[in-house]
Structures are given as structure tokens and as C-alpha cells.
Design a protein around this ligand. Structure first.
Ligand SMILES: Cc1cc2nc3c(=O)[nH]c(=O)nc-3n(C[C@H](O)[C@H](O)[C@H](O)COP(=O)(O)OP(=O)(O)OC[C@H]3O[C@@H](n4cnc5c(N)ncnc54)[C@H](O)[C@@H]3O)c2cc1C
Length: 538
């Protein structure tokens, strides 16, 4: 793409790509600074994840009130969450409310997918091309394109021959799909697959679940928020915010500081039971401090969970298929479920382990494996996302001298603190690669990025700096910090979307900093106090 300036393009201070929870907050913050801002959004509405993922059973695994925005105390206090773990439709309603309440929509262009962005060194601006021939220019380009947003469809032969209906969970029709009495196949048993399977099992005629890797799932224990609980949340804004800012993942859950093996076995098991009985991620993020670093400590939790799973499934052969083996507990995000395992006790549900019975192709009437043909009316692809970098590399982003971001990530993503990439001046990447997002209550982590980006732009404006870019050396050192952190955990040997293992051909590289939010914030603050050490201004 040419980097020649187009004089007829509209000009803004900042372009933001994406109107999910990140894009809306970034827009709000930059408008408060007085900048002219335009947001491009591919969807016809705000919401991001909570717009697209309207599949049956989609809901939070974060506590609703901990996921909400904290930038406005009034907003926090006036919104009433109906459930501890709200369903997708409620979260979308919340996001629409935020957009309207803060008059954000007039800065957003919907149905506008950004296709190309190019840095113009001559006038130090980004030119941005979006669908429908839209061309704009801006000093700052900020991506808010999502951590889990770039749909991943597996390459299965014969997919185009299927005569029934086929949907990816993250592009579910907004009007819903009638599954009643249908023969349905679900491919994938990650968090989304689990939510869909447990929700539709009693409505469909037949459900065939195609599972590649069994996952440790744990009970969500959702419940309505009572009036008294709502009252308690609303009046605890300050205390809650302080608590969320003090935990490694921005959740209400934090680990027990003891090491697992220091605790006598009966006390340890009683602790695991207590956590298991509680709602949410405490049964994962609230375990002992070495649960994700010491294999022996981890195995005590893994054995406990395997036992819990086994107890819930009637057929021992099915239970063995569903129980993870040689996999640490919690080295990838744990799906939280409601009666998921009991689904496999139903007569209309059949589990296919595609490691021992691989899918050979899709054909006109269903799915053929090495052992059988499964006739289906509907196929649901719950096959996840090209995480973190997926949407970044789907845009043709060209930095100095026309370097493409996609090319520069080919052998693995790089960045300085997830915020900026060398060679791409004035490009800021919210939830960018190697940022602080592993096991996070995502909004609490995103807002660290957004606050930093906003403060940085404010600093540049007040110090007459036009351009910011990290040095290659800062990126190299940061990458070493990230890799060193990962080596100290059980994540390094575990395949997941954290390291790109779910995407064929993607460089196998950890995409996130694992040191936790508190340490990440400390590093941010230290970098700023040293005059934005690692960045170069011009
Ligand atoms: C089903 C599901 C459940 C989840 N549950 C939780 C949870 O309980 N807790 C939690 O912390 N996290 C959860 N997550 C992670 C979730 O993605 C984040 O919490 C959060 O929504 C990310 O917000 P975002 O604004 O960064 O990105 P997104 O919400 O993904 O929004 C990105 C937006 O960018 C737009 N976009 C992308 N590329 C372009 C382009 N080229 N041009 C224009 N627009 C573009 C997309 O259309 C999208 O609207 C869940 C994710 C999924 C998929």
C-alpha cells in the first residue's frame, strides 16, 4: 500500500479500532483529554465479545460486578446485575447503556472493518482505510481488537458439502437458532463448547460432542444477585476496587500464600473442598501459591479435580475420556460449568474422542470419522480464536519503511510491555502480545493499558513530542523477562491458546506476561518514573 499522503482524508487526533469494553473506555478517556477520536467497529453495535458471542449459554466466568467498569462510581452504583455471573444478553445491555450514558456512539462508525493502516513518516500520521472506501488520518492509532475475537475455523475437508446449518459460536446469528428436536454436533470442548453443550443437551434430539482435548472444568455456582447483595456491592465500590487491584489477575480471588506441600494433607483437602463449594474461579486462582509452578503441588489439586469429575459420570469409560491426563490443573483457563458432566449421563448425548477416532471429513449429511458417520442437522464450531494477535495480523498494518506487522510477527509476536511494537510509531496495542493478560479478569487488565496509553498521549502533547516508539533493545529485554517468567510456571509445557498451539502454522510462542497484574503495574510505573525508559520520543 502506498504511504503517500491523501489530502482529502478526514483528520482525527486518534483512531481506535474496536468498540468492545476496551475501545469504549479508550474513547471515553481520550475524549476527556479533549482529543478528536474516531472508532471503527466491524459489528453493527458496541459490545465486542458480548455482541458477537450470543450463542446459547454464553455468560461470564468473572463475577459480574468485578467485570464492570470502575471509571465512574455513579455508573457502578446505578447498574444492577441480576446474576453473579451474568449472561451475554445482560452484559451487552450494560455495554449499550455505557455507550448511551456517556454519549459515545456519535464517535463510532459501525459496520466499518479496518483493512489497511500505514504510517506516513513525512507528516507523522497514520492513514487508515476501512470498509466502504473510508479513508481517515490520525496522529495516534490504537487497536482495541480483542484478545479472543479473531474466529478460528478448522480446515476440515468437505465443509462446503454440508447440507445442514453450520455456525461458529462467535458468529452466532443474532436472532438465535432453533435447535429443538435437531441432531446437533458440537466440535470443541473449551469454555464456549462447555457452555453450549450444557445448555442445549435437553432441547436437542441428539447431541454429538467431538472432543480433541479433555479440559478440567469446575462448577460455576451461579445464583441471582439478591437485593441485599446488590446493596452491599454498590456501597463497596472503593473497597472492591482496591481488592481487584491487589490480586494477580484482577479477580476477587487471590492465592493462599502457603505452599501446598507445607499444609498437612487433610487440611489441604478440606481447603480444596471449601474452594470447590464456592462460586467462581477461587477453586483455580485461590489455591496455594505454588499451584502453577510446582508439579507436585499442582498434582494435589489435579487429582482432587479428576476425582470430582469421575464422581459425576455414570459410565466409567466415558469418564475416562473426559478426564484430562498428563495435564497440569489450571495451566490453561478453566471452563466453569453448570451440570456439564451430567450431560454425558443422558441417552441423547454421545461423546466422540477425536484423538482416537479422528474426523476424516464433513460430508453432505454430517461428520465422518475414522469409525463412523454421524448424521447431523446442525454443526456448531466451538473452535475458539486466533488469540491475542489474530485480529492484529488480519489488518494490513504497515510501519516505517512499509514493514508489515503480520510479517514481523511471523516467527513469534514481539512488543515492549504489550503496548507498542518497534517499527510502528504511535501505534498502541491494547491487550497486545506479551502484555499482562494471562489469567485475567480482562477489563481490570485492559484498563491498565488504556490508562497508560492515555497518560502517555497526554504527556506527549504537553511535552511537544510527536512520535513515540520502543527501542528494539527494550523489546528484546522485555521478551526475556516474559520468557523467564513463563519458564518458572507450568504454562511452558502446556498447549493452549496462550502459546498459539491451537492455530496450525502459528509460531509456538507465549503471548502473555505471566507475572501478574500487581507486578505489571509496578513495572509500568517504574518505566514512567524513569522518563518512559525503553521508549524513544521524537
Ligand atoms: C464467550 C466469551 C466469554 C468470555 N468471558 C469472559 C469473562 O467472564 N471474563 C473475562 O475477563 N473475559 C472474558 N472473555 C474475554 C473477553 O474477550 C474480554 O473480557 C473482553 O470482552 C475483551 O474486550 P475487548 O474490547 O478488548 O475486545 P472484544 O470484546 O473482542 O472487542 C473487539 C472488537 O474489535 C472489533 N474489531 C476487530 N478487528 C476489527 C477491524 N479490523 N476493524 C474494525 N473492528 C474490528 C471486533 O468486531 C470487536 O467488536 C470472554 C470471551 C469470550 C469469547
Amino acid at each position: 500500500m502506498s504511504t503517500t499522503a491523501k489530502t482529502d482524508a478526514e483528520h482525527f487526533d486518534a483512531i481506535v479500532i474496536g468498540a468492545g469494553i476496551a475501545g469504549l473506555y479508550q474513547l471515553y478517556r481520550l475524549r476527556k483529554l479533549g482529543l478528536s477520536v474516531l472508532v471503527f467497529e466491524d459489528a453493527p453495535d458496541v459490545g465486542g465479545t458480548w455482541y458477537w458471542n450470543c450463542y446459547p449459554g454464553a455468560r461470564f466466568d468473572s463475577e459480574s460486578y468485578s467485570y464492570a467498569y470502575f471509571f465512574s462510581k455513579e455508573l457502578f452504583e446505578e447498574w444492577t446485575w441480576s446474576e453473579h455471573f451474568a449472561a451475554q444478553s445482560e452484559t451487552l445491555r450494560y455495554m449499550r447503556h455505557v455507550a448511551d450514558r456517556f454519549d459515545l456512539r456519535r464517535h463510532i462508525r459501525f459496520n466499518s472493518r479496518v483493512e489497511h493502516c500505514a504510517w506516513n513518516e513525512a507528516d507523522k500520521t497514520w492513514s487508515v482505510h476501512a470498509g466502504g472506501g473510508q479513508r481517515v488520518r490520525a496522529k495516534y492509532l490504537i487497536t482495541a481488537v480483542g484478545v479472543l475475537s479473531a474466529t478460528h475455523m478448522p480446515h476440515l475437508p468437505g465443509i462446503e458439502e454440508f447440507k445442514g446449518q453450520a455456525y461458529h459460536s462467535s458468529r452466532w446469528p443474532q436472532g438465535g437458532v432453533n435447535l429443538k428436536g435437531k441432531r446437533v454436533g458440537v466440535i470443541g470442548t473449551g469454555s464456549t463448547g462447555v457452555q453450549i453443550i450444557q445448555t442445549i443437551a435437553d432441547e436437542v434430539d441428539r447431541l454429538v460432542v467431538f472432543q480433541r482435548t479433555p479440559t478440567y472444568c469446575a462448577p460455576l455456582r451461579n445464583a441471582p444477585v439478591t437485593a441485599a447483595e446488590h446493596e452491599a456491592f454498590s456501597s463497596s465500590y472503593d473497597a472492591l476496587l482496591e481488592r481487584l487491584r491487589g490480586t494477580p489477575g484482577g479477580f476477587i480471588h487471590s492465592p493462599d500464600e502457603r505452599r501446598a506441600m507445607e499444609v498437612p494433607e487433610n487440611e489441604r483437602l478440606a481447603y480444596y473442598e471449601k474452594k470447590w463449594a464456592e462460586p467462581g474461579f477461587g477453586k483455580w486462582l485461590g489455591l496455594y501459591s505454588d499451584s502453577l509452578s510446582d508439579p507436585a503441588a499442582n498434582e494435589t489439586a489435579a487429582a482432587f479435580v479428576r476425582n470430582k469429575i469421575r464422581q459425576r459420570i455414570n459410565d466409567p469409560a466415558v469418564a475416562e475420556k473426559l478426564i484430562p491426563r498428563n495435564q497440569p490443573f489450571g495451566a490453561k483457563r478453566i471452563p466453569l460449568e453448570t451440570h456439564y458432566y451430567e450431560v454425558y449421563n443422558r441417552k441423547n448425548v454421545h461423546l466422540v474422542d477425536i484423538r482416537s477416532e479422528p474426523i476424516s471429513r464433513i460430508y453432505g449429511r454430517g461428520i465422518r470419522t475414522s469409525a463412523a458417520e454421524y448424521e447431523l442437522d446442525v454443526i456448531i464450531f466451538a473452535t475458539g480464536f486466533d488469540a491475542i494477535t489474530g485480529n492484529l495480523v488480519r489488518i494490513d498494518i504497515r510501519g516505517t519503511e512499509g514493514i508489515s506487522l503480520a510479517d514481523s510477527f511471523k516467527s513469534g509476536p514481539h512488543s515492549f510491555m504489550g503496548l507498542q511494537v518497534a517499527g510502528f510509531p504511535n501505534l498502541f496495542t491494547i491487550s497486545g502480545p506479551l502484555g499482562g493478560f494471562v489469567f485475567c479478569n480482562v477489563p481490570r487488565c485492559l484498563e491498565e493499558n488504556i490508562d497508560w496509553i492515555t497518560d502517555c498521549i497526554d504527556y506527549m502533547r504537553s511535552h511537544a513530542r510527536e512520535v513515540i516508539e520502543p527501542s528494539a533493545e527494550a523489546e528484546r529485554l522485555w521478551n526475556e523477562t516474559v520468557q523467564e517468567g513463563v519458564r518458572q510456571t507450568l504454562l511452558s509445557g502446556t498447549d493452549s491458546w496462550f502459546n498459539g498451539a491451537n492455530i496450525p502454522g502459528k509460531a509456538r510462542a507465549i503471548q502473555m506476561y505471566v507475572g501478574g497484574l500487581v507486578e505489571f503495574r509496578r513495572l509500568y510505573q517504574e518505566m514512567v518514573s524513569k522518563g518512559y525508559e525503553g521508549f524513544e520520543f521524537r
